[in-house]
Design a binder for this molecule. Sequence first.
Ligand code: GDP
Length: 195
Amino acid sequence: SNWSSSDSVISTDSSGEPTGGSPIRVVLLGANGVGKKSFASIFAGASDGMDSEDCELYGDEVCEKTIEVDGETATIILLNTWDTEDEWALEHSMQTGDAYLLLYSITDRASFLRASELRITLRRHRPAQHTPIILVGNKCDLVRCREVSVSEGRACAAVFDCKFIETSAAMQHNVWEAFHGIVRQLRLRRDSKEA
Ligand code: GDP
């Protein structure tokens, strides 16, 4: 695994002053039970022994953190939509995010279908070319319970014009890679605008 948290998280700014450019508002979307809270707690550092005071909790914003990606800092504000059945919350998150991690569980085909529905709803609010979206197949540690193959996940991402990654929040595998992917995609868009 190339996952590492302690060396990629370089600073957390609780004063509200962004240290890595304007903060990126990242939203976690997905069916119940796919691993959104687990992602958030890894992001918040709860699972690697870091001081939980490092994270600001306010409103529906889980946590703000400055991380280093490819030698450059970026500030991420993690928002969540724990309950995507709540129409208002869903609608709100689709208007406020700069980027989206669209989660499903590889052990739950229904959550994969839900991710497709959410992607379609998201596309109505956010055209793909402006908003980084990564389709995340979580729980890849549960190999014997797999219901959605890697190639299905990849094909779905291709259809929906977004990136794809398989992760395991339980094994802390590729979770930071997903956040780094968001930052990289935003930089690509920024750099192509400047060029
Ligand atoms: P949420 O409803 O989307 O926020 O999902 P949670 O983060 O609460 O996770 C639901 C359940 O799945 C919890 O019991 C987690 O411990 C478990 N879980 C989350 N991610 C993984 C994973 O990658 N692998 C395994 N084996 N279990 C996971």
